[in-house]
Design a protein around this ligand. Structure first.
Ligand SMILES: [Zn+2]
Length: 387
């Protein structure tokens, strides 16, 4: 298992910044790396549209994280609530946890993999005596605090998919065998890619991945030529080609780290939150998750641009990534050319918000002054106490 993982990391990946166009996909991936709370990406597109290339390219620009040395679950040495049992025990005994730095990991989950390989295997006899130490870890443990990538996610066995989604939602993987159960932290960014021609994803799964991105082959001759030439150059000498993009890839890696520093200080105006809520109502989306995803994504987009305050553009960008597939109603079918549909939805939500403010103001003006109101409520209260 370990060996397989190391072999994966040895492969020379195509440089992230050498990927031609596909800006929305690249940004969807980067925003998820900057802010793990966004909730994953689904990349949909025909075969050969660089979906897997882009995700693998990501692994070389991932930031370093602090992990507890020798912990099989890569525990965060300062996050007590998400520690595995052995780390937590050491922490509780007042022992200092040794810390090492290593790159955030990208773990691939191949189609046709077994449940044991995903969740891990448990030796029952040992587990009774030793608990979690008896677990031979699976992919969920390896992916903790990293990225779990599933190519052809639409072809993944239903049962494995359920295990993945449970773990993604809870941040914990529980292995149960014959009444013995052990758990360990398993928080990861779930990235899936699929070719819709090979079958759709179960509808309930759609909602579990925060962003959906559609990728297409380019219809532009210049881009196609550039892709052809670069692919041939890369195949001829991957290491040399990689060097050519080293500096631009490093720059992206640095920008991820600086965005992560800005993110906790990012703010969004109350008025913008109201506009996001209105957009979601207008588009008749399910539940409240989309509102939260848009808000998080807009704040992360601001941070990725080096800003602490969210702009309207951030909201439109976030809505495009989060709402495209969630809308049950598609307003503005006759969308004006040149303006994005989501810009129009935002403009409409802004208009509604302005009207509602105006109404509130008018209501305030027509109601009695505050002093009179206070007197009347006092009188009422007084009346009650007399009784
Ligand atoms: Zn640990």
């Amino acid at each position: 298992m370990e060996q397989e993982f190391h072999e994966q990391t040895k492969r020379v990946n195509y440089p992230f910044t050498a990927i031609v166009k596909q800006d929305k996909m690249k940004m969807a991936l980067l925003l998820n790396v900057i802010n793990q709370q966004i909730g994953g990406v689904l990349i949909r597109g025909e075969r050969g549209s660089a979906k897997t290339v882009a995700v693998r390219a990501l692994s070389d620009i991932l930031p370093e994280i602090d992990v507890v040395k020798d912990c099989r679950f890569s525990c965060d040495p300062i996050n007590i609530s998400k520690m595995c049992t052995p780390c937590r025990e050491q922490y509780d005994q007042g022992k200092k946890l040794p810390v090492v730095k290593r790159k955030m990991r990208l773990v691939e989950l191949p189609i046709g993999t077994t449940e044991d390989r995903v969740v891990g295997t448990l030796n029952i006899e040992l587990a009774i005596k030793e608990g979690i130490k008896a677990l031979e870890i699976g992919l969920l443990a390896e992916a903790n605090r990293g990225i779990l990538y599933v190519d052809n996610i639409n072809l993944l066995d239903d049962h494995i998919m359920d295990v993945l989604l449970d773990s993604a939602a809870m941040g914990v993987n529980t292995v149960e065998r014959e009444g013995v159960s052990v758990s360990h932290p398993a928080s990861f960014i779930l990235i899936g890619s699929m070719n819709p021609e090979e079958g759709e994803l179960r509808p309930q799964l759609h909602d579990r991945l925060a962003f959906h991105v559609e990728v297409k082959g380019s219809g532009n001759i210049r881009s196609r030529l550039q892709i052809m030439k670069q692919t041939m150059e890369f195949e001829r000498d991957p290491i040399y080609f990689k060097k050519l993009y080293e500096e631009s890839d490093n720059e992206i890696a640095r920008s991820i780290i600086s965005a992560q520093k800005i993110l906790p200080k990012a703010t969004i105006k109350e008025e913008f939150l109201r506009i996001i809520a209105r957009m979601c109502i207008e588009l008749d989306v399910d539940g409240h998750r989309p509102d939260i995803i848009i808000t998080r994504a807009a704040m992360t987009k601001a941070a990725s641009d080096g800003r602490k305050t969210v702009t309207e553009e951030d909201m439109v960008f976030a809505a495009e990534l989060a709402l495209g597939f969630r809308m049950r109603r598609t307003p503005f079918e006759d969308a004006a050319l040149g303006t994005s549909k989501f810009q129009q939805v935002l403009d409409h939500a802004k208009k509604l918000e302005a009207e509602s403010k105006k109404k509130k103001r008018a209501k305030k003006q027509s109601s009695p002054p505050a002093s009179l109101k206070a007197q009347s409520t006092q009188r009422k209260a007084g009346g009650k106490t007399k009784k």
